[in-house]
Design a protein around this ligand. Structure first.
Ligand SMILES: [Zn+2]
Length: 213
C-alpha cells in the first residue's frame, strides 16, 4: 500500500454529486445508440418508437427513486390487543434490475418481524419491497435495505428478510446457468440472537434447513 501523501487536499474524495437528470430526448437518443451498438437499425419500422417506449418503461422500472420508503410505513397501528408473536408475509413477488448489468432479477421476498409496540399494514410491506426493488440493485443490498428500514421505523424485537431470486445476468449471459436461485437473508434482533425464532421463521417460509447464519 502506498503511504498516505501530504496535504494536496483539492483532490479529496467525496461522494459523487447527483448527476443532473437528462431530458427525455437525451434519454431516447441514448437508447438509439444502444440499438445501434447491438447491431440493429433504430430507424427501421419496427423500432422507430422503441426509444420512446424504453424511456417510458424506465419510468416504471425505476419508479422507486421517487418514493420515500419510510413514508410508506408512516401509518402504524399500536392497538394490537397484546399481540406479540411473529408476523410473517411470505412470497412477495418482485422484479428488480441488477446494477452491474441492468438486466432483471426476479423472485420472492419473505419478511417477518416480532412487534414491539406497533404493527404495519401487510400491503405496506409489499409496497416497501417495491420501493427498493424499483431501483438499480444488487440482491444483497435489497435484502438489507428492506430489513433496516423496517427495523428503523417499527423498532421491533426482530426483523428477518429472505430474498430468493433468479438473475438474468447469470441465466442469459456470462456463465448461462438457468435454474440457479440466489438466496440472501438479513436477520436482526431476536432472529439473529435466538436460533429457535430463526428456525420458526425458516420453517414457516420453507427455507432450506441446512441454511445457517
Ligand atoms: Zn448482474
Amino acid at each position: 500500500m502506498k503511504p498516505k501523501t501530504t496535504k494536496k487536499t483539492t483532490a479529496k474524495k467525496t461522494a459523487a454529486p447527483a448527476l443532473k437528470k437528462p431530458t427525455r430526448e437525451q434519454a431516447e437518443a441514448a437508447v438509439r445508440t444502444l440499438i445501434s451498438w447491438a447491431g440493429d437499425n433504430p430507424d427501421r419500422e419496427g423500432m422507430v418508437n422503441t426509444p420512446r417506449r424504453v424511456v417510458k418503461s424506465y419510468e416504471e422500472f425505476f419508479s422507486g427513486y421517487t418514493k420515500d420508503p419510510k413514508n410508506i410505513l408512516s401509518t402504524t397501528f399500536t392497538d394490537v390487543g397484546g399481540y406479540d408473536e411473529m408476523i410473517v408475509l411470505r412470497d412477495i413477488a418482485f422484479s428488480s434490475y441488477c446494477e452491474h448489468h441492468m438486466v432483471p432479477f426476479t423472485g420472492r421476498v419473505h419478511i417477518a418481524y416480532l412487534p414491539n409496540d406497533r404493527v404495519v399494514g401487510l400491503s405496506k410491506l409489499a409496497r416497501l419491497v417495491d420501493v427498493f426493488a424499483k431501483r438499480l440493485q444488487i440482491q444483497e443490498k435489497l435484502t438489507a435495505e428492506i430489513a433496516n428500514t423496517l427495523s428503523d421505523v417499527l423498532n421491533p424485537k426482530g426483523v428477518a428478510v429472505v430474498v430468493e431470486a433468479t438473475h438474468m445476468c447469470m441465466t442469459t449471459r456470462g456463465v448461462n446457468k438457468t435454474g440457479t436461485v440466489m438466496q440472501t437473508s438479513k436477520l436482526l434482533g431476536r432472529f439473529r440472537s435466538d436460533p429457535r425464532t430463526r428456525q420458526e421463521f425458516y420453517s414457516l417460509i420453507n427455507f432450506p434447513p441446512h441454511h445457517t447464519r
